[in-house]
Design a protein around this ligand. Structure first.
Ligand code: HEM
Length: 497
């Protein structure tokens, strides 16, 4: 009998304690509070199902600032982009790294960086991000161009000009994953390509499927098989193995040298840090490449303009694209591809659903406008959800429509977008905001541009008839670029001119 009663009693006790912990009431000066009726979880399930629709409906009901209980966290959403600058400039009282420092080690399997065991490591890691930008970006971009050419030449450019079929996501993933990997980590001794790339890529997809649960801090042991897959992925980056690779980027080399300075960081811990960077460098870039390609392929008129722009940029430099030779676009040439850039930005606007998170370091009053402020409690999360801005019809006319030249005006980049008659400082935010903005954003844009340029120069492409329009899988809402719900079959062939 006791074996039935005891678990029942413990279950009720846990629920009671949880409901006590989450019996919060709204205090004076705080935003409206939405808790739902399920202790701890609050509104997590509704949010996960359709975050954008969920936030839009509460905005209608409660205005542009409200607090929601989601999986044990009180999250205050700032829904008006005119208020974003007040959150983004609040560096000291609102901290990004507190959240990422808790979640990233659990997700990727390395010891917490800020635990006191690794003095100075956090600052050095932040400093290493400069190696993804500025002059270093030239080297990365050059290396990526060569690696993309290598993968295209060996896997897709031989075999005549007959039509072939492929799954589009699979295609983007196989090219971008390997070319990015080679650019970041270098090539193995005595050969140009690593063995086991397909398995590594497939394992990363399996890990990525569990990513939303890991970020929600579900212990990895509850996610069947995920720990074994993560161990396998981490082992790929064992320092002994990596030391035989050449042409490694300055960014990864500097990080590897930094980890060597910490005796208490084991080889597997170092490998787990490198694995985390693999995820950061392809986890969003591959789906972003997919959407950029998909929208161009289903809009042939946009594709024709972008293709002509690439030809004309090459022509200005005295280069006629010769499909029998390697094509090389420099960083300056990539910078001049305005229509291509606008088309990528438009697909990022439509597909990105990242949540910008800041954790309140103390109880304080957050000023939002000259006359308005809200009270915030220590430990609460303040969140921006840019997808709501990206889909706001006041800012973007017909926001659900893909308009490849939306970010071009009078032959230049368009940067003025308005809300309530006021010009917005922030109008497109797939890469986050403020000091924590994605350090790989310039590299990501360049590599997507390079991939699409080669694709448009080398291939004719079309979607195989009879498929329904591709929709977004919402399971990554809040975490970055959404994945397609299903893959798309395409036909492609080598162009003759
Ligand atoms: C389209 C592709 C990409 C998208 C949409 C993207 C998006 C993001 C976002 C939203 C964040 C969090 C920023 C914040 O909350 O303020 C982030 C962080 C980060 N991203 Fe990216 N990213 C992309 C590609 C890359 C690439 C190619 C790399 C590396 C080569 C990279 C490296 C990182 C790193 C290291 C961080 C953590 C920064 C920190 O801890 O301060 N990302 N990214």
């Amino acid at each position: 009998m006791l074996e039935f009663i005891l678990p029942l009693f413990l279950g009720f006790l846990a629920l009671y304690l949880l409901s006590m912990r989450f019996r919060r009431t709204r205090r004076d000066g705080e935003p409206p509070l939405i808790k739902g009726w399920i202790p701890f979880l609050g509104k997590a399930l509704e949010f996960a199902k359709n975050a954008h629709g969920f936030l839009a409906s509460y905005k209608k009901k409660h205005g542009d600032v409200f607090t929601v209980l989601i999986a044990g966290k009180y999250i205050t959403f700032i829904m008006n982009p005119l208020l974003y600058p007040y959150v983004i400039k609040h560096g000291k009282q609102l901290d990004f790294h507190e959240f990422s420092d808790q979640v990233a080690p659990m997700t990727f399997g390395y010891p917490p960086v800020r635990s006191g065991k690794f003095p100075g490591m956090c600052e050095h890691i932040q400093k290493s991000f400069r190696l993804l930008q500025g002059e270093n970006l030239d080297r990365l971009t050059e290396s990526m161009m060569g690696n993309l050419m290598l993968v295209f030449q060996q896997d897709y450019l031989s075999g005549g000009s007959q039509w072939r079929t492929e799954s589009m996501y699979q295609f983007c993933n196989s090219v971008m994953f390997e070319a990015t990997f080679l650019t970041m980590y270098g090539k193995p001794a005595h050969t140009n390509r690593h063995s086991g790339m397909v398995t590594l890529r497939e394992d990363l997809v399996k890990f990525d499927n569990m990513f939303p649960l890991l970020i929600a801090r579900i212990p990895i042991f509850f996610l069947r098989g995920t720990k074994a897959i993560r161990d396998k992925l981490i082992n790929y980056f064992h320092p002994k193995k990596m030391s035989s690779w050449s042409n490694t980027s300055g960014f990864i080399k500097e990080r590897a040298a930094l980890f060597e300075q910490y005796d208490c960081l084991g080889d597997i811990d170092k490998a787990a840090h490198h694995f985390a960077i693999l995820w950061a460098s392809v986890g969003n870039t591959v789906p972003a490449t997919f959407w950029a390609m998909y929208y161009l392929v289903i809009h042939p008129e946009a594709l024709a303009v972008v293709r002509e722009e690439i030809h004309s940029v090459l022509r200005v430099s005295g280069i006629e694209a010769d499909l029998n030779k390697d094509i090389f676009l420099t960083r300056e040439q990539l910078d001049r591809l305005l229509y291509l850039e606008s088309s990528i930005n438009e697909s990022l606007r439509l597909s990105s659903a990242s949540m910008n998170i800041r954790v309140a370091q103390e109880d304080f009053s957050l000023r939002l406008e000259r006359e308005r402020s809200i009270k915030v409690r220590k430990g609460d999360i303040i969140s921006l959800y840019p997808q709501s801005m990206h889909m706001d019809p006041e800012i973007y006319e017909n926001p659900e429509v893909y308009k490849f030249d939306r970010y071009i005006e009078d032959g230049k980049e368009k940067t003025d977008f308005y809300k309530d008659g006021q010009r917005l400082k922030y109008y497109r935010m797939p890469f986050g905001s403020g000091s924590t903005k994605c350090p790989g954003r310039y590299f990501a844009m360049n590599e997507i541009k390079q991939f699409l340029s080669l694709l448009l120069l080398y291939f004719d492409m079309e979607v195989v008839e009879g498929q329904t329009a591709c929709t977004q899988d919402p399971s990554r809402a809040g975490l970055g670029i959404l994945l397609p719900a299903t893959d798309v079959k395409i036909r492609y062939r080598l162009r003759r001119e």
